[in-house]
Design a protein around this ligand. Sequence first.
Ligand SMILES: [Zn+2]
Ligand SMILES: [Zn+2]
Length: 359
Amino acid sequence: MAKGIFHKARRIGGFLLLGLITLGLGFYFLLLNSEGLQDRLVARAFEARLSAPPRPLGGDAIDVVFCGTASPMGQGAAQSCVAVFAGDRFFIVDTGARSADMATRLDLPMGRLDGVLLTHFHSDHIAALGEMHLASWVRGRPQKLAVYGGAGVAQVVDGFNLAYGLDYGYRTAHHTEAIMPSRTAGLVAKTIKGDQVIYDVDGLKITAVSVNHPPIEPAYGYRFDYQGRSVFISGDTTKDDNLIAAAKGVDVLIHEVLQEGLVKATSEALTAFGQPKLGQLIFDTLDYHTTPIEAAQAANEAGAQLLVFYHYAPVPQNALVHRIFMRGVDAVRPEGVLAAADGTHISLKGNSEAVEITP
Ligand SMILES: [Zn+2]
Ligand SMILES: [Zn+2]
């Protein structure tokens, strides 16, 4: 009796599955051959994407969104890029390769961009500066794009302006001053001289802090303070006392990490399989970054509430590599560690203790 019911259920299940597959294939065939259906689907997709209300970013909170978490070692994730919103202000720290694409895919309100803060001028921190300029210009950024950085930032800015200068002109000529105004085209260098507060407007204070990334000098980290909440972004550095002192008591310390074992394994494999120069280059990165365990020690010494890893060397491509990154971290800092990925969003509501994380 029970066996009969089982067979009947299986037969019905089989028919249902066949029906669904036939329906799916039928719809696919229709889609390939009906221009009307194709156009309706495209219109629906635009409507779904553009009618959604903008993400609430800033206001009375500090919101941090990762628009790039990779170092030059690894593919997939965008290179170094952290978006920080506080009140009506919006800054991006570093613009590594693929980060402008990531920022627009994450629907960051690029027209609101007040400035870019460069930690230093390694390519994985500046490569997408031109694209970040374009992404914000076409969305109505109301002034030229300010680019903050240590001595040398003027050279970087002049270079991008020179390379993109023809493009600025083409776009204004084609789309008119009303749509692409020449008044807001271009980058403006803001040179930082030593450790200092570089921005203090409407309650948002940004402090530049020199860090240790030899031979690159200067290299900066940035501290953001707003409504009693604080975030520190390390840039590239070894474990550094100046950083720890300046990050004292922060709510969130965002720190770069290099996994020593993985870097050595990569270097040895490249050397063993016929690429000794690249192997040596990878090996050389060991002396100017921070291991995850050292980053955990730095967070403890600074008394940071939450430590967030980014700028991974190499970039974890799967759960196994991620576990290798976390080796030994638990013993130093059992709680309050987050591994950021592109798109991770951390929200710190003003004058509270709340830390909201959306992975
Ligand atoms: Zn870097
Ligand atoms: Zn660097």
